[in-house]
Design a protein around this ligand. Structure first.
Ligand code: ATP
Ligand code: MG
Length: 175
């Protein structure tokens, strides 16, 4: 019998106050782009998507992630964008802090060493706000939202007819 797997990803998760501010931006964008707003509790920034990982690999994955010594950083979420190819409206940053780029590169290196898919694509950090949105002539103005990042998390994505629910499996501090 095939081994059970879990659908996993590594992410940054905003505190409720910041998630609330992002949701306010999402509500403004919804007025012009329609589509489906992400629920406030599900807002996040994916660092690396792992996809289906055999359960037996999860302890080694957690151990490898625990070896990473990341530095805290602040993200200035100051852009609102639309991607035609997947019809999402997203919040993002005009600049990527060096500590964020380093964190993703360290994660990928550990994943390669484990023989797990580490996301070879370019890293495009974004927070999905709306799905199935239509392109708007002009998106609403985006305030600059300061996001002090002091941890990153391993999440499981549990998919159902109602959409994905996320479960936090582990977190590592940035210090
Ligand atoms: P659903 O797919 O049910 O609409 P979702 O996209 O939020 O919901 P997942 O597909 O499990 O749930 O994705 C979890 C996270 O990983 C999301 O941030 C998603 O954008 C990201 N992700 C999913 N697939 C990929 C991929 N192939 N490459 C990069 N990131 C991905
Ligand atoms: Mg998906």
């Amino acid at each position: 019998m095939a081994e059970p797997t879990r659908r996993l990803f590594l992410a940054l998760w905003p505190e409720p106050a910041l998630a609330g501010r992002l949701q306010a931006v999402s509500a403004e964008a919804f007025k012009v782009c329609g589509g489906r707003q992400m629920r406030v509790k599900t807002l996040h920034l994916t660092l690396v998507f792992l996809g289906d990982v055999p359960e037996s690999r999860i302890p080694a994955l957690r151990e490898a992630m625990g070896r990473i010594q990341g530095r805290p950083f602040e993200l200035a979420v100051n852009r609102l964008g639309y991607w035609k190819h997947n019809r999402i409206v997203w919040g993002g940053c005009s600049e990527q802090p060096a500590a964020l780029v380093q964190l993703v590169s360290d994660i990928r290196r550990q994943l390669v060493a484990l023989g797990l898919p580490g996301g070879a694509d370019a890293f495009s950090p974004h927070i999905t706000l709306l799905r199935k949105a239509r392109p708007a002539g002009e998106l609403p103005p985006m305030p600059t939202l300061a996001w002090p990042v002091c941890e990153w998390v391993l999440m499981e994505s549990c998919q159902s007819a109602a959409g994905a629910d996320y479960r936090r499996l582990a977190a590592w501090p940035l210090s």
